[in-house]
Design a protein around this ligand. Structure first.
Ligand code: HEM
Ligand SMILES: CC(C)=CCC/C(C)=C/CC/C(C)=C/COP(=O)(O)OP(=O)(O)O
Length: 318
């Protein structure tokens, strides 16, 4: 009897923890952290202090979790009406809105303190501005009112790249803004590909996502343009900025080529949902591998290997 009660108690604690965990929309956070890491490695020229890395990624996680939790509180009405989001902790009644807000505040305070003490005030301030931008500009001002919601709101998702750069250098340089721009420009193809697949859900609750308002063809045209501009922007780190080298340039071109190819296929068949799904899934691998290439390219070992190969080639030719 006692045993049953104890195990029930444990089960409910676990359920509560799981509900709070779900409030943070945890599946998106790793990719935000990968962009932060890519930025940190370039900023540190391949030699990142492991403690600073840990602190920055933890602070970034706490800030993103806070932002997502507040978004869950704000959007609990429409989340209840959409099939995809109905089972989230607030619409399903597992967590009370007030408790979720206290949780979000605690996460934000923890993030700000950690980043201020162990990184710097600029990194901490940027993380907080990410929360404010995502909640105020995207969730409150734009999401329900403009077809440009995710274009402008997408800036919030690009802020972690600035946080990473700031944590390492204490300032923001051109390169930091280029990495910001890469994530910013990548967001419309990433999200609109998904929105093409689930536009009926958004239409049902009156969210003016681009495919709901203008239809498939103009949406895929926009996706096409943003994809091209994203791929061109990735090369600015190589030229004129010279912060990344030949390894990154080659990988970014290959990944970009495939991104363009998939966007082109969709441009030819705007109503094909499996192509939209393919582009959405690829957009995630694309960003992950692109940031990984930034990291590998920045490592001293990579410079060493590329110089060795270049010297070999040189001696073969001469
Ligand atoms: C305003 C900007 C953005 C919007 C509106 C958006 C929206 C979405 C939505 C609705 C999903 C589906 C999630 C679900 O099924 O619950 C998704 C998935 C995802 N997003 Fe975004 N996204 C944005 C920006 C970003 C950014 C900046 C990143 C990271 C750099 C990102 C990373 C991901 C990942 C990794 C997934 C897949 C999650 C999974 O495995 O289910 N997103 N996004
Ligand atoms: C530095 C810092 C704290 C940055 C925060 C950035 C952040 C949390 C970006 C997330 C972007 C995102 C996945 C939006 C989901 O849209 P949605 O909420 O409209 O999706 P839904 O339809 O699933 O609710």
């Amino acid at each position: 009897m006692i045993e049953t009660n104890v195990s029930k108690h444990h089960e409910s604690i676990l359920e509560v923890i799981q509900s709070y965990y779900q409030l943070t929309k945890p599946r998106i956070i790793p990719l935000l952290l990968i962009t932060t890491a890519g930025s940190m490695w370039i900023a540190a020229k391949g030699q990142v202090d492991p403690i600073l890395l840990l602190v920055t990624l933890t602070g970034g996680t706490l800030a993103a979790a806070s932002a997502q939790t507040i978004n869950c509180v704000y959007d609990r009405d429409i989340d209840y009406d959409m099939e995809r989001t109905r089972h989230r902790p607030l619409p399903s009644g597992k967590v009370q809105p007030r408790d979720a807000l206290v949780f979000a505040l605690a996460l934000a305070v923890a993030s700000f303190s950690l980043l201020t003490v162990f990184a710097n005030l600029l990194a901490a301030g940027l993380a907080m501005s990410g929360i404010v931008f995502y909640v105020l500009v995207y969730t409150h001002l734009l999401k329900r009112h403009s077809t440009q919601n995710i274009v402008i709101g997408g800036a919030a998702g690009a802020i972690p790249a600035l946080v990473g750069w700031a944590a390492v250098t204490g300032t923001l340089s051109w390169a930091a803004w280029i990495i910001f721009a890469i994530v910013f420009l990548w967001t419309p193809p990433h999200f609109w590909a998904l929105a093409l697949m689930i536009r009926d859900d958004y239409a049902k609750v009156g969210i003016p996502m681009l495919p709901v308002i203008v239809g498939e063809k103009p949406t895929v045209q926009q996706i096409w343009i943003y994809t091209l501009v994203t791929v061109v922007t990735t090369q600015l780190l190589v030229y004129p900025l010279h912060v990344s080298g030949i390894f990154y340039a080659a990988i970014a071109l290959m990944l970009g080529g495939l991104f363009i190819y998939k966007a082109w296929q969709l441009l030819q068949n705007p109503e094909d949902r499996s192509l939209a799904k393919g582009l959405f899934l690829y957009s995630i691998s694309y960003m992950m591998l692109l940031c990984l290439a930034m990291v590998v390219d920045s490592l001293p070992l990579t410079h060493y290997a590329i110089n060795a190969v270049a010297n070999q080639l040189h001696s073969l030719v001469s």
